[in-house]
Design a protein around this ligand. Sequence first.
Ligand code: PLP
Length: 370
Amino acid sequence: MPLVPPYIESLRPYEAGRTIESVRRQYGLTRIVKLASNENPLGASPKAIEAMTRSLAGLNLYPNGGLDLRQVLADEFELKVDNVIAGSGSEGIMSNIIRAFLCDEDEVLTTEAAFIGFQVLARSRGITYRTVPYRDWHYDLEALASQINEHTKIIYLANPNNPTGTIFTRHQFDEFYRHVPERVLIILDEAYFEYARDNARYPDSMQYRYDNVITLRTFSKAYGLAGARIGYGFAHEELIRNLLKVKLPFEPSTPAQAAGIAALADHEFLHRSLELNARGLRFLTEELQNLGMMVVPSQANFLMTVLPTEEDASRTFEELLAQGVVVRPLKAFGLPNCLRVSTGTDEDNRFCVEAWGRVNAKNIGAVGAG
Ligand SMILES: Cc1ncc(COP(=O)(O)O)c(C=O)c1O
């Protein structure tokens, strides 16, 4: 038996988007716009920063496992604390779910090219990971339902989805749910919930709780706290009780929890973030389409463009990089001919479109509508 299991040896580690510093070093540029990791271009809520700073006075003490935040969330959503978990980002909770509920013979079912963080976590468990293709860049819930078998243990659905930015509706979910046995756990990843919640077609999963569904949300996106690592989940108390057994007892950290609680109360910051994003999404969609790009309409804080070939995508990525614009190539997700662009400030978005225009003009005929 080798020291490293074959499924770990063959695992492709999570690759984060390029950092501003590494691009600056490579190209010697003064202005770099990073639109690669779906971060909040406004920074973090000032109230969250203030609360986090205040919390530093208690840094010598161990945290309370997110209990304060769980209580605040329980009050806000009219649940019991026992229905809420807080962790080091929603990915931290995802990793607990995988650890708590998957046995060796179990299978995970999701869409092809699902959120890379989930792919890496699930594959690292050495179980069978099965996918069905997208239909028109949306989850094919019908096909997913038809693939459920006696080994299926977890179904992962992100709504809105990363990297496509698309959503499924309440009706589509209900239709799908009718085919899901109770012994199957659905992870409903709502990392981009806040951006989609005003869309009448978007279902708020807090309005339809099912015992085998765990909803995951995060402070990393609309609340601008990606660096703090703070996320949360809602589920039946039996699920939460078992998740808490495997969660590292002192996650989330005290400053992260303080930031989360304060961010939740900062409605003004959230409102500004959502407004900026809606404007940015409209602008980037229209302008990239004007440049002949195929853009998948998005409900999140990023959009996906589909290029004719993998070469077109990697050349466009490299040439944008050379102009100081960092977008996300999606080869690691499983979509080698696609690029993902996060919304930035209005200036960032303009800078991106101008650079993209220069790149396309240079490659005229080579890169275009896909
Ligand atoms: C769909 C989805 N889920 C979860 C996450 C991770 O969020 P967190 O920072 O809370 O771990 C991301 C981050 O990009 C995401 O896109």
